[in-house]
Ligand binder design. Structure first.
Ligand SMILES: Nc1nc2c(c(=O)[nH]1)N[C@H]1C(S)=C(S)[C@@H](COP(=O)(O)OP(=O)(O)OC[C@H]3O[C@@H](n4cnc5c(=O)[nH]c(N)nc54)[C@H](O)[C@@H]3O)O[C@H]1N2
Ligand SMILES: Nc1nc2c(c(=O)[nH]1)N[C@H]1C(S)=C(S)[C@@H](COP(=O)(O)OP(=O)(O)OC[C@H]3O[C@@H](n4cnc5c(=O)[nH]c(N)nc54)[C@H](O)[C@@H]3O)O[C@H]1N2
Ligand code: SF4
Ligand SMILES: [Mo]
Length: 717
């Protein structure tokens, strides 16, 4: 792996993309206009980049991003100096803590932040602020898959095998994922799988670009994946395709799973899901008869109010077929954000301490408290999940949070029931946002802190495979910008929590020093990083955790000998199907589901500022089937209002037969009238606290003025 090489005064550095969980390797050439180049030697993407990665350097230009702290004065955000901004933040946080208690100060982190940042943010919350009120946007991402994996396998790592293993499996069922748009360079492995004679089955209510590549596309109603998985298991059992030896030797709890599956015969599942019984039988036979098999889930089945049970049902299918804990077999989750994996391991999650430890476990508390140089009794207990935290902002009485530090998220666009979330953010006494750009959330802030970003700083991230990679600094940040680690150190000092020497408890701002501390804090935990160093990552194209010492080779493949449960056996989940929290009815007769498009990323805070990407995906839309459009008199590109119990969104119609006629789809990347999350339902999964982004009930209307709004005549759904 090449390091910095100097060519005619321009340094080119091997680094990684700022965006998704593939963390594609790339090179960046520094200079007045930094340039992204391919880097064929990184094994995950082998040189391929999507348009977002290729255009990422645009946001490094000083004119494209924040370069000075901002403070709200007489209603307006105005430029200020770092000392004034930090003094105001520290004084404001301390005042809220003094008046309402430490838990009234909240922290909201992000799965795009480096491991060093999320570690330090978690420590800052627990040690410098003493608050339990910390959670992050990963709760909106893969928390259901993480919960189900821990229940089944005793461990959660997105993929238990390297991505390239996909090419060698016999049958892969991809449930609710659209990597053709969300992880394009990964698609090569799905193609290679088919070239190698394997079968690809895609489960998605839309015929996506990914589904178009499949041998079989199952197109269920949103929110019915659990019933579908039970139905597939039913067919496996009926056809004698279960692996009784594997079940006996390596699992527990099959009886309940079997009973639930027996009650879901194909014709019943067809009535619930809309997937023809014949297709269901075909899919089960492909999977059951293959020599090896994988099930991968992404946000489709996970972002449901029963996401944990749904993923559990898909894991059951793997276990019953003997397709887990063996080469080229197993269940995996396609984690989404750049550090979606590491972001859930090192302590910004409400219930976790570094090393994927539980904050309620006395031994874990003692270990981490020793690393931090504090008394274990002083560490807060578990806090509330992301949506619950956002919902508590500015509320009077116990549990109300009155000051919030947001680092690496834009919930005004990305949180469910977003108008309500924006209202809660406005009710805060103090909102502080650290960001690269003036996001919609930063626009509501009292203080905005401009932070350095990817290629302007060094840090580690853990990709969807559990591979810890090093994103190296490749260019200098513009003057006036500071790193998140520096911001946390300055705030900790002002709050009296940091000591200026090297004693424990210090908040360092050097990433490698923070990483060394993270490794100690993770030692002995499930996500053990002890043996991983910056030098090793450079030399080895990343290191897979767990890696408990410097001689350990790292762990690309998990569970081959045993699962991570106390007895080494995987657990079947006892789950049964239940409807979504909100099903269509006479008033709201259609399903709305939401997701992504290729050229925009997440809340769009970054990618809506890149002209090339805006050209490719300029704005929101409502995808609907031609039959539905014809019935309602909707024309291509015509304005359409989508109305749910939470609110109303406006966007042009996009008519396509790739979607079910009973379902409409909106991407969630835009703010303003076309914001999909104005509509979404914040119903939470009871285990993971994942909101139901993927299912709610809506009706369509022509925007007011064209048909009498509220008179009922405008109701077209
Ligand atoms: N271009 C782009 N790439 C990204 C991102 C981005 O914003 N833009 N974000 C990154 C992040 S953080 C994430 S989490 C990943 C997400 O990656 P994906 O999970 O691939 O993305 P989504 O579009 O959210 O959802 C995937 C599919 O689920 C389908 N779906 C909707 N409802 C259901 C359902 O009830 N059941 C099933 N089975 N499927 C359903 C949708 O039609 C959609 O095609 O992408 C990462 N990559
Ligand atoms: N309807 C609907 N809503 C969804 C989803 C869906 O499928 N449907 N998906 C959900 C999912 S999976 C996710 S992951 C969330 C994501 O939604 P968000 O949490 O809003 O994610 P981003 O838009 O990536 O926001 C990251 C913010 O951090 C900033 N940033 C980037 N790097 C840094 C850094 O190093 N430091 C600091 N301080 N800031 C930085 C960016 O500029 C941006 O403003 O959205 C969720 N919302
Ligand atoms: S696939 Fe993901 S990591 Fe790779 S270039 Fe695109 S956004 Fe970046
Ligand atoms: Mo995500």
């Amino acid at each position: 792996m090449a390091d910095t090489v100097t060519t005619t005064a321009l340094a080119t550095t091997a680094t990684h993309c700022p965006y998704c969980s593939l963390q594609c390797g790339m090179r960046l050439t520094a200079g007045a206009t930094p340039e992204v180049q391919e880097r064929a030697d990184f094994p995950v993407n082998r040189g391929a980049l999507c348009g977002k990665g290729r255009s990422a350097a645009v946001l490094l230009a000083p004119g494209a991003r924040l370069t000075t702290p901002l403070v709200r004065e007489r209603g307006e955000l105005r430029a200020t100096s770092w000392p004034l901004a930090l003094d105001r933040v520290a004084a404001g946080l301390a005042a809220v803590r003094a008046e309402h208690g430490a838990n009234a100060v909240g922290v909201f982190g992000g799965g795009g932040l480096t491991n060093e940042k999320v570690y330090q943010l978690g420590k800052f919350a627990r040690v410098a602020l003493g608050t339990a009120s910390i959670d992050y946007n990963g709760r909106f991402c893969m928390s259901s898959a993480a919960a189900a994996s821990r229940l089944a396998f005793g461990l959660d790592r997105g993929l238990p095998f390297p991505l390239a293993d996909i090419a060698h499996t016999g049958c892969l069922i991809l449930v609710g994922g659209n990597p053709a748009e969300t992880m394009p360079p990964a698609l090569r492995y799905f193609r290679e799988l088919r070239e190698n004679g394997g079968t690809l089955i895609v489960v998605d209510p839309r015929r996506t670009r990914t589904a178009e590549q499949a041998d079989l596309h199952l197109q269920p109603l949103p929110g019915t994946d659990l019933a579908l998985a039970l139905g597939l298991l039913h067919v496996l059992i009926a056809d004698g395709l279960v692996d009784a030896d594997f079940i006996a030797a390596r699992t527990q709890g099959y009886g309940d799973a079997r009973a639930a599956a027996m009650a879901h015969w194909p014709e019943r599942v067809e009535r619930i899901t809309g997937v023809p019984a014949a297709q269901l039988r075909q899919a089960a036979r492909y999977f059951g008869r293959a020599a090896s098999g994988m099930v991968l889930t992404a946000r489709g089945p996970e972002q449901q109010s029963k996401g944990t049970d749904t993923v559990g049902a898909w894991i059951n299918l793997c276990l019953a077929a003997g397709k887990a804990g063996r080469p080229y077999s197993g269940y995996g989750c396609l984690t989404g954000q750049g550090n979606g994996q590491g972001g859930r391991e090192h302590g910004q999650k409400a219930d976790q301490l570094p090393g994927y430890r539980s904050i309620e476990d006395p031994a874990a508390r003692a270990h981490v408290a020793a690393v931090w140089g504090v008394d274990p009794g002083a560490l807060p207990r578990a806090g509330r999940s992301a949506y619950e935290l956002l919902d508590s902002l500015g509320r009077s009485g116990p549990g109300g949070v009155h000051a919030l530090l947001v680092m690496g998220s834009n919930p005004v666009v990305s949180a469910p029931h977003a108008a309500h979330v924006a209202e809660r953010l406005r009710a805060l006494g103090l909102l502080v946002v650290s960001d690269v750009v003036l996001s919609e959330t930063a626009q509501l802030a009292d203080v905005v802190l401009p932070s350095t970003q990817w290629a302007e700083e060094t840090g580690t991230l853990t990709n969807l495979e559990g591979r810890v990679i090093l994103r190296q600094q490749a260019t200098a940040p513009p003057p006036g910008v500071r790193s998140d680690l520096w911001i946390l150190r300055e705030l900790a000092e002002r709050l009296g929590a940091a000591t200026p020497d090297a004693r424990p408890g210090r908040f360092d701002d050097d990433p490698q020093t923070v990483f060394a501390e993270l490794r100690r804090a993770s030692a002995g935990g499930q996500a053990d990083y002890t043996g991983i160093s910056y030098d090793r990552i450079r030399a080895e194209d990343g290191v897979f955790w767990p890696c408990p010492d410097a001689e350990h080779p790292g762990t690309p493949r998990l569970f081959l000998d045993a699962f991570a449960t106390p007895d080494g056996r995987a657990r079947f989940a006892a789950v049964s199907h239940r409807p979504a929290a909100e099903e269509p009815d006479a008033e709201y007769p259609l399903y709305l589901t939401t997701g992504r498009v290729l050229a925009q990323y997440q809340s769009g805070a970054q990618t809506r500022r890149v002209a090339e990407l805006v050209g490719a995906a300029p704005g929101p839309f409502v995808a609907l089937h031609p039959r539905l459009a014809a019935r309602l008199g909707v024309v291509e590109g015509g304005p359409l209002a989508v109305v749910s119990r939470r609110g109303r969104a406006l966007a042009p119609a996009r008519i396509t037969d790739a979607i079910r006629p009973d379902t409409v789809f909106m991407p969630f990347h835009w703010a303003g009238p076309g914001r999909a999350n104005t509509l979404t339902n914040p119903a939470l999964d009871p285990t993971s606290k994942m909101p139901e982004f993927k299912v709610c009930a809506v009706r369509l209307e022509l925007p007011s003025g064209e048909l009498g709004r509220g008179s009922g005549t405008g109701d077209l759904g």
